[in-house]
Design a protein around this ligand. Structure first.
Ligand code: 8YV
Length: 334
């Protein structure tokens, strides 16, 4: 009997997904959710045919150097700035991500942050839990926040998640503007009731600005001090994309000085560390990178990563046809 291919799973996954993988592979699954440094990644990947990795695992040329065994790396996320796709392609390693299955959950979460930031839900709950309500003689004009209805929603980055954010806006009776590398097809624009504008116009007009850009070198600090200066002081910024897209220090200064009303942030530069200036503010709602974390979506992401590994290693019904490859050229050269 030939030995099963070996697969390393860098983050704890659902037992049923591990069981699926174990039908085909000799699996080694990490029990703890922690990042792996280059030395450890290199050593782990050297001994396996496939791997499922998390966003904090950076797979680059140095990690792949000398590896002749590895055939597939499946990323547990749609964003893949932790993968060096050129290096993976040169090494003949297929890479995959988890697009689409998370679109609606992440779009939901953008709205959760918009509402929480605008209506001060985090700060209000902290105040209540601290026991301040009884005897506070809460005034009629206390805890006033901002309305969403009737305002302008700006979306920077209008891919599938951005479109999900836009579609939900009609329920809030909001006008939608977007900026994107390219214009959406007319039909999609109509469905989203969204109008393309240039970036300065988006910054000037948005009452709520939601960031849904991929993290690339060009998008680093796409929202920094100059961009924040163009926004309305009454505006709310929401980031559900990647931390480095926003200059967190400049954002904290704008929020502190009243140059921006509020923010809702799920991602941070240097996460899991969060800039101390942001932590010190009450007009920002912070969450620990959980926009895709609904029970249904996280299961779908894990299963999709597993599907890619199963197919890429020639197992199961979908052998050879990974559903969501990032560098499909690798398959043609096999
Ligand atoms: C993470 C994400 O994958 O898909 C992405 O790009 O950022 C998230 O869905 C998830 O938080 C696991 O780290």
């Amino acid at each position: 009997m030939t030995a099963k291919p070996k697969v390393w799973i860098a983050r704890p996954l659902f037992p049923e997904v591990l069981a699926r993988l174990a039908q085909h592979f000799d699996i080694e699954a990490e029990a703890l959710d922690r990042p792996h440094d280059a030395t450890e990644l290199k050593q782990k990947l050297a001994g396996v045919d496939g791997a499922i990795v998390g966003l904090s695992d950076r797979v680059d040329a140095s990690v792949l150097e000398g590896n002749t065994r590895l055939k597939v790396v499946a990323n547990l996320g749609v964003g893949h700035n932790n993968l060096d796709l050129d290096a993976l392609t040169r090494a003949g390693v297929l890479a995959s991500n988890t697009p689409d299955v998370l679109n609606e959950s992440v779009a939901d979460f953008a709205w959760a942050l918009m509402l929480a930031a605008a209506r001060r839900i985090g700060a209000a709950e902290r105040w209540l839990r601290a026991g301040h309500w009884p005897g506070s003689n809460m005034r009629f004009d206390d805890w006033m926040g901002l309305d969403l209805h009737g305002r302008t929603l700006g979306i920077l980055g209008m891919g599938r998640i951005g479109q999900g954010v836009a579609r939900r806006a009609s329920g809030f009776d909001m006008r939608v503007l977007y900026h994107n590398r390219s214009r959406l097809p007319e039909l999609v624009e109509r469905e989203c009731r969204a109008t393309l504008v240039d970036k300065p116009e988006l910054l000037r007009q948005a009452d709520f600005l939601v960031l849904v850009l991929p993290f690339t070198a060009a998008n680093r600090h796409a929202i920094g001090a100059p961009e924040l200066a163009q926004m309305k002081p009454s505006a709310v910024l929401v980031n559900i994309a990647r931390g480095g897209i926003v200059d967190d220090a400049s954002l904290a200064a704008a929020l502190r000085e009243g140059r921006l009303a509020a923010a809702g942030l799920d991602v941070f530069e240097g996460e899991p560390q969060v800039h101390p200036d942001l932590l010190a503010l009450d007009n920002v709602v912070l969450s620990p990178h959980i926009a895709s974390a609904s029970a249904q979506t996280r299961r779908a992401m894990a299963n999709l990563a597993a599907d890619n590994v199963i197919a890429a290693l020639g197992q199961g019904e979908v052998a050879g046809k990974p559903p969501t490859p990032l560098n499909p050229a690798v398959l043609h050269h096999r």
